[in-house]
Design a binder for this molecule. Structure first.
Ligand code: NAD
Ligand code: MN
Length: 522
């Protein structure tokens, strides 16, 4: 998915992830902190074309993970606000000011939105970094390049997507149309706040749906700003609504709403399962799920353990502080190569800079919250107590009140250990040796998850064998890559439903097929 600048943990560049406009500025840490201090942070819900407080008047505190300080307060929406947002979405959908306009019109608006995001990218990236603890470098790459690329790509797709005509006799014309499904509910995680919003909102809007978004309570800011920019770009009032709030209240209200036609969710497998229950208890809405992972990174004995491979290994595990659903945290290395591998990975990790997310030199920012930091630390303790060998890391950042975890490397991990089976969602990499390629394949496949896998080999036959046999939605050979905007992304097994984000496949989540059977009248 995201591309990375050459100096950070960043082996994989893909032109599809780089925008047409260069939004990178020369601002350094001091300027960024000044910009951060002057940002006006959105704190209200965005419903029916404007900001408003929650109907209950309740707010929650939004914390800066890098300092532990309160950034601002944000409307704590609940079922009443979701109702208002859904009603606005339904009204707009019925009016047809978005759902039924000419494709060229929706296209022009989404392309304008992409341009507005590019123009605002530095402020948005700074806002996202403050809100989430993500590094400014990652925020710039995601928001300056990928997020606008999504709105542009799906915008451009609108007037190039054709329906079908079924073969019939001459008395009949049978058309298969794709129609927007209606009001879409979108429930998001905190690890790539605006990018995950773009992954879902861009195809949903392109399809002609109205959308009600619930960002994660840890990271509500940039989704709120997105709604404002969308209105400015010409998305009619009521079409895109953002209701910040907690999962139990706002999230559940979306899941159970009788007038929401589809839900697209990204988050943990546990909560994804709840959305299936919500749907079966309410209106049987289809539910698209993108969930957890515990993805393997496999280094076969013929692979050359060179700088590029090590760069991939470190990025696959530690990019975004390991808070990535497709992070490759189980690293299987041929036993005879393990000592060399550990030395090189450990040396590369020692050069990573952990700290102020608003410093462009920082590689790893803060964990998103103190609760999440504690959860990651408890996994590290479990790794030690179950007998893995701690090679480096394992602690926090001295002298900081932020929620930092140092990049952590374990050796002598076994397949049965908790740290090899459960998703940690933090910077905790475990190395597991293997004797034969078949044993590596078997261990890699042995997981309830199936999101992603990387395989390193120079042997084309082995590459093909692993690509065919690994049960997961994305496999990258000789790199760590999640593909890009053009390729579908989603999980096998408990990592996902049949729904896919990205590519033309993502549109299917927000469309339904209609058959029109036209016969001669006489
Ligand atoms: P989470 O499941 O706790 O939260 C996700 C969203 O669900 C949030 O908006 C949250 O408020 C909401 N939610 C929480 N409880 C709810 C409830 N009872 N009812 C309705 N909604 C509820 O996950 P998270 O901690 O925010 O994100 C981390 C998880 O997301 C990881 O497991 C990770 O693997 C997964 N993830 C997956 C992908 C993917 O594409 N497959 C991408 C990013 C993250
Ligand atoms: Mn926050």
């Amino acid at each position: 998915m995201p591309h990375h600048s050459a100096c950070r943990i960043s082996p994989h560049r893909n032109p599809a992830n780089e925008g047409v406009f260069d939004v990178t500025t020369q601002q350094g840490t001091t300027d960024l902190h000044a910009m951060a201090a002057n940002l006006s942070l959105p704190g209200e819900a965005f419903i029916d074309g404007g900001f408003r407080p929650a109907a209950s008047g309740k707010v929650f505190e939004n914390v800066n993970p890098a300092t532990g300080a309160v950034l601002n307060t944000v409307a704590a929406c609940d079922a009443a606000d979701v109702d208002t947002a859904v009603a606005a979405g339904r009204r707009a959908f019925k009016e047809g000011s978005w759902s039924r306009v000419a494709p060229e019109e929706r296209k022009a608006v989404l392309i304008r939105l992409a341009e507005l995001i590019r123009a605002d990218a530095e402020a948005l990236a700074t806002m996202e970094s403050l809100d989430s603890g993500k590094t400014i470098t990652d925020c710039r790459n995601e928001i300056g390049h990928e997020v606008p690329a999504f709105f542009q790509w799906y915008g451009e797709l609108i007037d190039k997507t054709f329906g079908k005509i079924a073969p019939t006799d001459e008395q009949t014309l049978a058309l298969i149309l794709q129609e927007p499904i209606g009001v879409a509910g979108v429930v998001l995680p905190w690890n790539f706040p605006l990018l995950m919003a773009a992954w879902k909102v861009a195809p949903a809007l392109a399809a002609g749906c109205s959308v009600v978004v619930k960002p994660a309570e840890q990271t509500p800011l940039t989704a709120l700003r997105l709604a404002q920019l969308a209105l400015e770009a010409g998305v009619p009032a009521g079409v895109l609504n953002v209701v910040p709030g907690f999962g139990e209240t706002a999230g559940q209200a979306i899941g159970r709403h009788a007038d929401i036609d589809v839900v697209s969710f990204t988050g943990s497998t546990e909560i994804g399962a709840m959305f299936l229950r919500y749907a079966s208890d309410s209106n049987l809405k289809p539910v698209g799920l993108e969930m957890g992972g515990k993805s393997p990174f496999i280094v076969l004995d013929d692979a050359e353990i060179n700088e590029a491979l090590i760069e991939n290994a470190v990025m696959a595990a530690l990019w975004n502080g390991g808070q990535n659903c497709s992070a490759n945290m189980r690293q299987y290395v041929s036993a005879g190569r393990k000592a060399e591998y550990l030395d090189k990975v450990s040396a590369r990790i020692s050069r990573l800079k952990v700290g102020d997310p608003l410093d462009p030199e920082t590689d790893i920012g803060a964990m998103v919250s103190s609760e999440h930091r504690d959860r990651v630390m408890s996994y590290i303790e479990k790794g030690v107590s179950e007998g893995a060998r701690l090679v480096r890391g394992g602690g926090g950042l001295e002298g900081s009140d932020g929620f930092f975890v140092l990049p952590t490397l374990f050796d002598d991990v076994t397949q049965e250990m908790t740290i090899a089976r459960e998703e940690i969602f933090g910077p905790v990499l475990g190395v597991i040796p293997f004797d034969t390629a078949e044993a590596a394949l078997e261990m890699a496949a042995d997981s309830v998850y199936g999101l992603h896998a990387s395989v390193f080999t120079r042997d084309i036959d082995r590459a093909l064998h692993f690509a065919r046999r690994l049960p997961c939605g994305t496999i990258s050979i000789n790199s760590f890559s999640e593909g890009d905007i053009k390729t579908p992304f989603g999980g096998y097994k408990r990592s996902g439903s049949l729904a896919r984000d990205n590519g033309t496949e993502a549109m299917q989540q927000y469309l339904q097929a209609k058959t029109v059977w036209i016969a001669r009248s006489s």
